[in-house]
Ligand binder design. Structure first.
Ligand code: ADP
Ligand code: MG
Length: 289
């Protein structure tokens, strides 16, 4: 899915005659006290690229899964590039917020965006109390997770106890959230530059509505309320491009996730808007500023 969306961006650039280099983080080398500070081998042209001299902007497609050390190093490089005046989308700060589910939701709550009742702790006893407070029906998620991976619905206190102990045994943080009864579908709003450019309803067989887990995209038109919410959520975490997940629960819409590097293969099936064009046009506009 991610590769598909990246290919779309490359096509959008090619159409406009804009040269690009495509690489993954492990291909990069960062140097200190000698230059160039960032270098990568352009595999197609077998030519070395000096990021700061040869490129104008960096569109970060998935920062990738990796160890904490790898992720922190990738973030460090992005921050250094940004400090040197290099244009990066999304801004490193937004990417950093969005890899962390606790961080996203705490920022959203602070911005008066509705989020489900959620608790995060390293303490099993506290987590068990929260399990009860949240109605004994919760979704437990890895704080650094994506694509619905590792998210588990728990309705049984014994299972909660075992799962929470297993998480802390592996030095994970227990992140639990009230189950929002969404009737097996949710809304994905795609925001570019403070505007919802496209949206879809994701219809699933079970409660996880991730496209990567087989949910079916269906076209939908968002209400003004939902559009405003998605824009507010993406702005709050500092994203210029974002995929915002909205669950329609019994007590109104709740934002569960803001993705700073969303794929759009599913969404592109149900919208006439060319999403890669929207992103590329936006970046070109920004570079002219
Ligand atoms: N609190 C919740 N109640 C009900 N379903 C949820 C809840 N949180 C997440 N989900 C479902 O699980 C999916 C994945 O959760 P999400 O928080 O978006 O993490 P990910 O980064 O893995 O996409 C959501 O799209 C939604 O369908
Ligand atoms: Mg999600």
């Amino acid at each position: 899915m991610e590769a598909w969306s990246s290919t779309q961006v490359r096509e959008a650039l090619t159409k406009r005659g804009i040269p690009y280099v495509c690489f993954t983080f492990p291909k990069l080398i960062a140097r200190l006290a000698y230059k160039p500070h960032f270098k990568v081998l352009d595999a197609t042209q077998q030519k070395e690229v000096n990021l700061q001299e040869d490129l104008d902007a960096l569109i970060v497609r998935p920062i990738g899964r990796g160890s904490l050390e790898e992720l922190v190093f990738r973030m460090d490089m992005l921050y250094k590039l940004e400090r040197s005046g290099f244009y990066i989308i999304n801004p490193p700060e937004a990417i950093e917020h969005c890899v962390d589910k606790y961080d996203i939701l705490s920022i959203l709550e602070g911005a008066d965006v509705p989020v489900p009742r959620t608790a995060a702790t390293e303490n099993v006893a506290e987590a068990l109390k929260a399990f009860k407070e949240l109605g004994g029906d919760v979704v437990v998620k890895p704080i650094f997770g994506s694509r619905g991976m590792g998210a588990t619905r728990i309705v049984d206190a014994d299972i909660a106890d075992t799962v929470f102990k297993a998480i802390t045994f592996h030095h994970g943080v227990i992140y639990l959230q009230e189950f929002v009864a969404h009737g097996h579908s949710d809304i994905r709003a795609f925001v570019v530059d403070g505007r919802v450019v496209a949206a879809m309803r994701r219809v699933a067989e079970g409660w996880k509505t991730n496209y990567s887990r087989g949910a079916r995209p269906s076209s939908t038109t968002l209400s003004k309320e939902f559009e405003d919410l998605a824009v507010k959520a993406s702005k709050a975490v500092g994203c210029k491009v974002a995929g915002v997940d909205i669950l329609e629960g019994p007590t109104g819409p709740k934002i569960v996730d803001v993705n700073s590097q969303p794929g759009w293969k599913g969404l592109q099936m149900v919208t006439k808007v060319n999403i890669a064009d929207e992103i590329v046009n936006f970046v070109l506009l920004e570079l002219k500023k």
